[in-house]
Design a protein around this ligand. Structure first.
Ligand code: AMP
Length: 419
């Protein structure tokens, strides 16, 4: 498989799919440029080699072409500044002008294409309202045909293809997966960011040092069933925490007061516990909880046993005995995956458990464990507590990471390296 480090881009044009889907405020100013910074090593390497780059990304979910509130032109000055070159801009990603601009690129120059999703062909899904299923199916067929042309057009701009957009790796879109088939094996590769993400997933899912502990938190068990099921075939310890723990506690006959619970998932919780037993996985459940008399940072609080929560009270974080149990389990692990907080960490008074988990992961990592944090709120957690530098890897991909942990093959990865 080709790698970006080995590849010499001198005199070559590289089509680089990045994830510049950054948040903007009402004045179209970037409020968090991490995603742009994350792609810089790849873009800089290409320019430094004497290649030229065609930068391609989506932004938001535009409904038409063009939908200027999602124009990548808003971020052009900042991309130029960070990259240290005057990045040119093609106001339509797939017209003749874009092709001309790509052809005219000289070594060391960069061109950014307008938002790929201005074309419905990028996602391959027809937009608009349809009177019936037949009409929709017909529109879908046409979009799929057009998608082929669109993909060919994008591919025609470049000599090689680099995918550095892990955030969209779980999508089989034109620029994230389909385009790869227009380049031979030696001329397609992951960018540095994508390479790190793929490696981190591999270390967790296939090249695992044991014991392997996964910490699954967050609000609902229903949104994480597939992940838990897959992890039960991989891990040694599974810590179930956050709001979803109360579904397990209730299923086991505990009293959970007013804590959140999915009553239609009680059977499932018991099945998962059975499966864990059958697979020799240790399920680590909470012993005690920090309960509140309202869903508020300023509510009255007390510590009670997880399965003896009085009516009128709800568990919003774990208690000290649980913290100690979780920390002990984590510190004895050699591979750690963290997805989801132990409580309502957005409220300072209910963030202690998540902080303890984060700190235990940092300590385990110092002692040689590999730790991966990812999938939405746990990333916010490690950032809130200033712990991001102490873990092995913080994933940039929410949905993509979760699908990878579910055991699915991500089209963006498959398109480059096959399986
Ligand atoms: P998820 O998006 O499923 O990972 O859930 C993350 C959210 O779960 C965060 O916003 C937390 O505030 C919330 N959460 C965690 N623990 C609890 C709890 N005990 N009660 C209510 N919400 C919770």
């Amino acid at each position: 498989m080709q790698t970006i480090d080995k590849f010499n881009f001198a005199g070559k044009k590289a089509f680089v799919r990045v994830d510049f889907n950054v948040p903007l405020n009402e004045n179209f100013e970037i409020t968090d440029d991490n995603r742009i910074r994350a792609a810089l090593p790849t873009l800089k390497k290409i320019l430094k080699d004497g290649g030229s780059v065609i930068i391609a990304s989506h932004m938001g979910r535009p409904k038409k072409n063009p939908d200027l509130k999602y124009s990548l032109k808003s971020i052009l000055p900042h991309v130029s500044e960070l990259l240290g070159v005057d990045v040119k801009f093609a106001p339509d990603c797939a017209d003749e002008n874009a092709a001309k601009m790509a052809t005219a690129l000289k070594p060391g120059e960069a061109l950014m294409l307008e938002n790929l999703r201005f074309y419905e062909e990028e996602e391959g899904k027809p937009r608009g309202e349809f009177a019936n299923d037949d009409e929709k199916a017909a529109a879908k067929k046409i979009t799929k045909e057009n998608q082929k042309k669109f993909t060919e057009t994008l591919a025609s701009y470049a000599d090689c293809y680099v995918n550095d957009a892990f955030g969209t790796a779980h999508r089989a879109h034109a620029s994230t997966a389909l385009i790869a088939k227009y380049f031979d094996e030696n001329n397609k590769m992951f960018g540095y960011l994508m390479e790190k993400e793929v490696l981190a997933i591999e270390k967790i899912m296939t090249d695992t040092a044991r014991p392997f502990t996964a910490i699954m938190g967050g609000s609902k068990v229903s949104s994480k069933i597939d992940i838990i099921e897959n992890l039960l075939t991989k891990v040694d310890n599974l810590i179930i925490t956050g709001g979803m723990s109360f579904t397990f506690t209730k299923a086991l006959g505990g009293k959970i007061g007013n804590s959140i619970c999915e009553d239609d998932k009680l059977e499932l919780a018991l099945e998962l516990l059975e499966k864990a037993k059958a697979n020799n996985v240790k399920m680590v459940l909470a012993i005690d909880a920090k309960v509140a008399d309202a869903f508020s940072n300023d509510a009255n609080t007390k510590f009670v046993l997880e399965n003896e929560i009085p009516d009128g009270w709800q568990g919003l974080d774990v208690g000290p005995e649980t913290e100690a149990l979780f920390a002990e389990t984590i510190k004895a692990s050699k591979t750690i995956l963290w997805n989801g907080p132990t409580g309502v960490f957005e409220f300072d008074n209910f963030s202690h458990g998540s902080r303890v988990v984060g700190e235990a992961i940092v300590e385990a990592t110092k002692n040689g464990a590999f730790s991966l944090v990812g999938g939405g709120d746990s990333v916010a957690c490690v950032n809130k507590f200033g712990l991001a530098n102490g873990v092995s890897y913080v994933s940039t991909g929410g949905g993509a990471l979760l699908e990878a942990i579910e055991g699915r093959i991500l089209p963006g990865i498959e398109a480059i390296r096959g399986y």
